[in-house]
Write a protein that binds this ligand. Sequence first.
Ligand SMILES: [Fe+2]
Ligand SMILES: [Fe+2]
Length: 463
Amino acid sequence: MQVRALYQNNRAFWNHQEQWEYYLDRTLAESVHERLQTLREEAAARAASRPADAAESAESEQSGDPPVKKDPETDTGDKSGEDVEELAEVRDGSPTAAEGPNNFGDTYGKYKKLEQDERVGLLKRTTERLNELALRDDTDQEEVASALVEATQDATMANRAMLLEALRLGNDQAKAYTQQMVIETHKMVKSTIRLVDSEVYNDELVRAVVEKSNGTVVQHMTRVFLSGLEFLLHYNREVMTRGIANRIRVRFARDYKDFYRTLLPHLHEDYVSLEHVFLGGMKALNEVEINKFATGFLVHDVGKAEDIEYHEGDAGYDRETVERHVKIGYRAVMEKTSYPREAALITGYHHEYYGHPAGYGYFREFLDAYKEANPAATQDYIMSYTMEPLIDYQVLAYFPAKMLEIVDVFDSLTDPNRRYRSPLSPEDAIAMIRQQFVVENRKIDPILFNLFEEFYETKWSRR
Ligand SMILES: [Fe+2]
Ligand SMILES: [Fe+2]
């Protein structure tokens, strides 16, 4: 087998479980798992029968492989396979975090240390608090915003700690391990939607939650979940009550047609209409869809590494590791949990940028392979609300992932706690995204971006 010939002597590769599992079929992956297990047991037996310092020196002697680029999240070091378990323990502990910048801040360690049932208990309590707030009529917005931020942080971090553990288990075992947390996370997401959708708090809530969660990836995930959810709900209100689809249709030829024609060059220009942008027509989301999409927003960055930067130009930026976060996240959510498949697709497809080279993710790889196998097939639509057209390659993108992409980029640019550069003001960030992501490149969707700008101005900015 090709991959085996290429990598069989490369210890770093075999220590990347998520890498080799990706290339191997299930039976082969299981046999590798078994072999690694045997090696670990043999190593443990050897270690038990010799003094600690002798073991250390033996280990340092054998590390003659050329240095490889390390992924702090998954790379267990340039060591032999038998050390996987042990090194993972070191990697997950504070020493690694102390070596480099830790973009999760100090908060994450607390969730890593908890047992799984303690994490479930924590999430239960935090959701109960949201439910209590929803019932009370004497709450103020500050209190609600604080509770939302804390609950989101608990949910994102407990999920991340759990999913990284689950990646080390077989799929069935992992699903059993993660099941309770999946159930509690669903409840948390529903309770959050109920509070965020409440008209009582609506006008100032986005700004309040964003202001309460500044700095680090923990806060990025918190802000993106809450503001992304607000954006979804805003989209829905616009479609249902303000007839936005008709307004866009009126100005489609003038404002949007050129953009989409470059993405659908095989279509006659008369066919490039709003109905070809949103497969099935621009529509409101139902409650089930909102729940699933919000869950995807919540877990979208669980695959992120702790100690590198995620914005190009930052000192610790390493594109290879950055790209890997969507794949790790996708695999974790898709294979190791019973979260809806929609959530996994959002996790795996949230940096696609309509196939622009600056983007990355699974979909472009799947689409390229499909095009090669089916040269006559075409994608006649821009995006879909459901997964099936995406899986059948009728569309170029997935609606919730395009919504998330906007919130995600906006948050990265305006994040006040970046270590290596100062944040842009929201207005500058919006101007920059428009220029660089919509006008000069075809990365972000222009209809959804205009809607985002309007959402920012009406719900978020200090007026
Ligand atoms: Fe991401
Ligand atoms: Fe993100």
